[in-house]
Ligand binder design. Structure first.
Ligand code: ADP
Ligand code: MG
Length: 235
């Protein structure tokens, strides 16, 4: 009887990709979001893909109502979607997972249009509280308020400052929590042109120094132009 020949062992050349390719921080596949409105099915997104690496920035642009805030809410785990998958830090997350609450506490900073400051705390106390909740006690809270141009207002309460100043305090809260992902909804929307440019400088300096991926919604072409990528939503 013929001895079977030794099986050939094939050694494939080592390919550095795709295994060694960095895992995207955000991976969205086939994302669809529909609303029922007046008995009609209204599509906000009808299936798109997106991926963002650590250190990259993405601008969401498009007319009002195109879904920018909806997408930011989905990425923060605060809104359901209709179909598709959302993977953050390598985990594919269902919308109501406890992991998402944990990420919101410690890793995902959100700067939304309605700056969510605690009204009974001063701006400085708000920033310190946010850092503390994320596990970074007093992570340079005062320094962030100063860099954002509102240091002199640190002892004021949210209702004693303007909307634009509250928006900057919300950014200071986001920076002080040392996030692994920063989501910002029109972060310079209520600032004058000069202040908006200064705040954008601080935002991108933070993003680059920390290698923190950033997704921001904006109507400002100058701000969008500073991001690595642009996603245009809507028609
Ligand atoms: N709960 C809801 N029910 C029905 N439609 C909604 C709901 N929330 C948002 N929409 C619709 O989804 C679309 C996207 O809204 P939004 O994400 O706020 O847009 P943008 O931030 O780009 O202005 C809008 O047409 C809005 O009317
Ligand atoms: Mg919006």
């Amino acid at each position: 009887m013929k001895k079977p020949s030794a099986p050939t062992i094939r050694i494939d050349p080592v390919d550095p990709s795709p295994d060694r390719r960095p895992e995207p921080v955000i991976r969205v596949e086939g994302l669809r979001k529909h609303f029922r409105s007046g008995g009609e099915d209204v599509a906000v997104f009808d299936g798109f893909d997106l991926s963002l690496l650590a250190g990259e920035s993405l601008a969401l642009v498009g007319r009002s109502g195109s879904g920018k805030s909806t997408l930011l809410n989905i990425l923060s785990g605060l809104e359901r979607w209709s179909a598709g998958s959302v993977t953050l830090f390598g985990d594919s997350l269902p919308v109501d997972s406890a992991r998402w609450s944990e990420l919101r506490r410690s890793a995902i900073a959100t700067v939304f249009q309605e700056a969510n400051l605690m009204p009974a705390l001063t701006l400085l106390e708000n920033v310190r509280l946010r850092a503390d909740i994320a596990g970074h006690a007093d992570a340079g809270a005062m320094g962030w308020l100063e860099r954002l141009g509102i240091g002199p207002l640190a002892a004021r309460y949210p209702d004693q400052v303007s909307g634009g100043q509250r928006q900057r305090a919300a950014l200071a809260m986001a920076f002080a929590m040392q996030p692994r992902l920063l989501l910002a909804d029109e972060p310079t929307g209520s600032l004058d042109g000069h202040t908006a440019a200064e705040v954008a400088n601080v935002l991108f300096a933070f993003q680059q120094a920390q290698g923190c991926p950033l997704v921001l919604a904006t109507h400002d072409p100058a701000l969008a132009g500073r991001c690595d990528h642009t996603l245009r939503l809507g028609a």
